[in-house]
Write a protein that binds this ligand. Structure first.
Ligand code: AMP
Ligand code: ZN
Length: 133
């Protein structure tokens, strides 16, 4: 995909700090890490977001492998795996990717969710489940 920075990394047109690669997946360090070891796991096929990612189950093992490697390398107390879809969700690079973000006590990462009590759970669950094939 032209003008996609991650496609260019995959093609070797621009450099990255690669930590893992297989036939379908590449993982490299985030250039603006939120914590030490922050790594991105990226399918080589250009898809924009999760809605186009059906069948890409091969991405899961590399996520686990990278998470284990980051844990062994830096011994974080925890790890966040996150994946943003759409600008409103914080997606900046429109080539789907998973963040493996090690978490350390005292790190200054803030993830805030305004949680409310679930209302109309039956109706909401049904609306979703009827859309699943
Ligand atoms: P997102 O906001 O979920 O789309 O995340 C995009 C991430 O890609 C950000 O954390 C950026 O720091 C990171 N990023 C952008 N350009 C590069 C690059 N050339 N190499 C590595 N990471 C990058
Ligand atoms: Zn791409």
């Amino acid at each position: 995909m032209e003008d996609c920075i991650f496609c260019k990394i995959i093609e070797g047109e621009i450099p990255s700090h690669k930590v893992y690669e297989d036939e379908n997946v590449i993982a490299f360090l985030d250039t603006n890490p939120t914590s030490k070891g922050h790594t991105l796991v990226v399918p080589k096929e250009h898809v924009e977001n999760i809605h186009e990612a059906s069948g890409m189950d091969y991405i899961w093992d590399p996520i686990v492998k990278v998470s284990n490697a980051v844990k062994d390398a830096f011994n974080p107390e925890g790890i966040n795996i996150n994946q943003n879809n759409g600008e409103v969700a914080g997606q900046e690079v429109m080539h789907m990717h998973f963040h493996v973000t090690p978490r350390y006590t005292g790190d200054e990462i803030e993830i805030e969710y305004n949680r409310e009590e679930l209302e109309n759970g039956d109706e909401v669950a049904e609306k979703i489940s009827e859309k699943i094939d």
